[in-house]
Design a protein around this ligand. Structure first.
Ligand code: PHE
Length: 349
C-alpha cells in the first residue's frame, strides 16, 4: 500500500536522470527532508529508498516535536556515472524545478551525496531549501548538528547502561566516516572515547590515524568487541543474520533506515541490545536547520533543542521499559500519537 501523500517522478529535462520527490505526510506541517544523490542499480531502487526515507522523516519530526512533515528527494545515479560540475548543476536545477512545482509542500536540505553548495544552486530556482551557506542566508552545513544530536542520544544510552552520561573510556565502533560520522568521531575522541572506525573509502584511514582510533575493514566492524556500535553511513546495516553476532550493548547512530527489516528491532531487543531508532538519534540536523530557518531561533536556542535529544531518548527508554515495549515501538507510538493528534485537530474533532 502506498501511504504517501504525493510522489513525483521526473526525468530531469537537462540531466535526463531520474528525479524522485516523495512527500510522505504533511499532517504536522509542510514536508522537509534531504536530497540524496547516490548510485542505485536501478532507478526503482532509488524510489524504494525515497519512500522509506520520507516516511522516516515524518516520524523524525513527530518525535522531535517539530511542526514539519516528512519528505525526501532522490536522484538515482546509474552505477558508474560520475557527475562533472556542469552535469551536477544540471541535476540540481532539475531537482529544484520539481521541488518548486510542489509549491511549498516540500522543502529540501542536504543528505548523503549533497551539501550546502548544492543547496545554494537549488536556491537559485526555488525558496524551498534549507542549509544554504550562511552568506546566502541559510543555516549552512547540517552535519555538525546531526553529529551533536547523536552524541546527545549516546549520552542518554550511556546513562542508562553505565549510570553516567560521559563517554570517556567507552568503546565505540563508528561505521562510516562521512561528514556526520567523521564529525562525531572527532567529538568522541575529544571526550576520550576508545574508537574503532571504518569506511568503504580506504583514504579515510587518515582520519582514523589522526584520532588515534583503531581502523577495521568494513566487514569486521559490526561484530567488534565494543560497548556501542554507531552506524553512520548508509542504511540496512542491521540484518537478521548479523544481529545474532553483535557483541555490543547498544546500537545508536545517525544513519537513516538502519534496519534491513522492521522486525530486526525485536531481535535486538531479545538479545538485550538497546537500539535507539535512527530517526530519533539523527534528528539534530533538521532540528537545527528548521529552528534557525523556519522558527528564526537564535543559535543557542537551536543548539539546546538539539541537545534535548538526550531527554527524548531517556524518556523513550524509560517508557519502553515501563510498558514492556522496544524503544522502536515506544518511538513509533509516540510519533503516531502526535500525528493522530494533528489530524484530529485539523478535522475539528
Ligand atoms: N539529511 C537530513 C536528515 O535526514 C535532512 C535535512 C537536513 C533536511 C537539514 C533539512 C534540513 O535528517
Amino acid at each position: 500500500m502506498l501511504d504517501h501523500e504525493r510522489v513525483a517522478i521526473h526525468t530531469g529535462s537537462r540531466s535526463r536522470l531520474p528525479v524522485i520527490v516523495a512527500v510522505h505526510s504533511t499532517a504536522l506541517g509542510p514536508a522537509a527532508g534531504g536530497l540524496r544523490l547516490w548510485h542505485y542499480p536501478d532507478w526503482r531502487d532509488g524510489l524504494t529508498d525515497a519512500l522509506r526515507l520520507s516516511a522516516a522523516m515524518t516520524s523524525k519530526f513527530a518525535v522531535a516535536g517539530l511542526p514539519s512533515g516528512g519528505g525526501k528527494a532522490v536522484v538515482a545515479l546509474p552505477e558508474g556515472v560520475e557527475l562533472d560540475p556542469g552535469r551536477r548543476r544540471d541535476v540540481l536545477r532539475d531537482v529544484a524545478d520539481v521541488i518548486d512545482s510542489l509549491g511549498g509542500m516540500y522543502a529540501t536540505g542536504p543528505d548523503v551525496g549533497t551539501g550546502p553548495a548544492d543547496m545554494a544552486v537549488i536556491g537559485e530556482t526555488t525558496p524551498h531549501v534549507f542549509c544554504r551557506p550562511a552568506h546566502l542566508g541559510g543555516s549552512g552545513d547540517s552535519s555538525p548538528h546531526t553529529a551533536r544530536g547523536t552524541l546527545a542520544a549516546l549520552r542518554a544510552v550511556s546513562r542508562r547502561l553505565y549510570g553516567t552520561a560521559s563517554l570517556k573510556g567507552r568503546g565505540l565502533a563508528i561505521v562510516g566516516l562521512g561528514r556526520v560520522g567523521a564529525g562525531l568521531a572527532r567529538l568522541l575522541a575529544a571526550e576520550g572515547a576508545a574508537l574503532t572506525v571504518t569506511d568503504i573509502d580506504p583514504d579515510k584511514e587518515r582520519i582514523s590515524d589522526e584520532l588515534g582510533a583503531v581502523w577495521r575493514a568494513p566487514g569486521e566492524i559490526l561484530t567488534a568487541d565494543v560497548d556501542i556500535v554507531v552506524p553512520s553511513a548508509l542504511g540496512s546495516v542491521l540484518t537478521e543474520r548479523n544481529v545474532a553476532e553483535l557483541r555490543c550493548r547498544a546500537v545508536v547512530g545517525p544513519a537513516n533506515n538502519q534496519l534491513a527489516a522492521p522486525h530486526v528491532a525485536d531481535l535486538l531487543h531479545h538479545r538485550g541490545i538497546i537500539w535507539v531508532p535512527d530517526y530519533v538519534a539523527s534528528a539534530g540536523g533538521v532540528i537545527n536547520a528548521i529552528s534557525a530557518e523556519l522558527h528564526h531561533a537564535d543559535a543557542d536556542t537551536a543548539h539546546s533543542r538539539v541537545r534535548a535529544i538526550e531527554d527524548t531518548v531517556s524518556d523513550l527508554l524509560e517508557t519502553a521499559q515501563r510498558l514492556g515495549r522496544t524503544p522502536a515501538q515506544a518511538a513509533d507510538e509516540l510519533a503516531l500519537r502526535r500525528l493522530g493528534a494533528a489530524s484530529s485537530l485539523r478535522q475539528g474533532v
